[in-house]
Design a protein around this ligand. Sequence first.
Ligand code: ARG
Length: 465
Amino acid sequence: MAKLWGGRFESESSKLLEDFNASIGFDWKMWREDIQGSRAHAKMLKNIGILTQGELDSIMGGLDTIATMIESGEFVFSNSDEDIHMAIESKLTQLIGESGKKLHTARSRNDQVALDFRLFSLRANKSLRDSILALMQTLLTIAKDHTHTIMPGMTHLQHAQPVSLAFHIVAWCCSLQRDVQRFQDSFMRNNFSPLGSGALAGTPYGNDREFVAKELGFSAPTLNAMDSVSDRDFALDLLYDIAMLMMHISRISEELVLWSSVEFGFITLSDAYSTGSSIMPQKKNPDVPELLRGKSGRSFGNLMALLSVMKSLPLAYNKDTQEDKENVFDSVHTAKISLQILKECLATTTFHTQNMRKMATKGHLSATDLADFLVRECGIPFRDSHHITGKVVAYAEKKGVDISTLTQQELQSIDSRIKDGASAVLDIESSMEARNSLGGTASAQTLAQIASLEAFITQAKSAME
Ligand code: ARG
């Protein structure tokens, strides 16, 4: 079959080249964006007098038919069409004849692919933001029930100070909030229309680029045609945003894996989101968080892959950039499904609050509170109070109990400078509530953090409408 670009060629291209060169096998995914771009372009061509109203009507009708055909699966994509842009254009001419051939006036595949891919990336950006916000909402709903659920807060994966489960979940949400903000930032930075840049230098037709930009929902046209056809920063921004998001998802997942172990016993994942072992009948495995942790790897790889494709490209368009799409499609799909399954998995998880509390009374988590009490209430310098508290810990260790169980008499028998009221500060609940500084784990502070995140979600959602 003759190529749309075949005028100067005397013989046909080899089948091997055709398959190697084609991107239709993956870029068909941008058919919506391609048609959307063509509609706006056609309207503009009519406005500047290149198409008659009749030609515009027939192009619009043809594009509608093509959209219906693709949606129903009736449209057959073939490598001989090379890419989605030519597949749609040649089908249009097949359907409506001569006026179809006019659509590509004042446009090149270089600005066309830049437009389609940008539209696709911006759409994915919005949809991922929406999914992150939904995950945050689910987390906050769980958090609200657990502002008094005490668990060991850890550093070096060792028991450190008591915190609430809500506080821990809010910490996860803060990283997700930054993800949403990162997506917001890159959306604003890239929301410009490259269409009308032509092959690389602009067009001689007087394209109304402002009209096209507005028609497609961009904030404005891009500034420089040469940059516009060669820039893929918008795709890299998206890949980076996703890599960061997946890194956060991986960290949350790692904790879910740990928490579901017998050793922690903090959570049980629902049957719907756990798997069994083919040999050990008793097993229930946390495959979901493990896979999420693993999937972060491919999202980092996709970012590296596109950075490597782009790094030495001279201006302007080079065919190398055709290698930009599969990484992005894969990362978008991975992030989308990861957010969805993590949300469902968390919403159906059982939290073993008694176990959490029990574990918080192992490891003398309120030792710092006693040291602080000795400074505040007994006028003892911190170095000495640290030492006295060390003796109290040693006593408890010898007795085989946690310091939170020691009585006032026992404390005074260890060191007579320990005043009344000391045993009360050793209680893990009061230890948690004592950390009432801004951003701390005290329930009042955690509730304020939840309120702030909820306000953020409302505002982030309305910004997307
Ligand atoms: N399939 C191509 C891509 O994805 C479209 C642009 C081709 N332009 C060209 N001059 N060969 O990059």
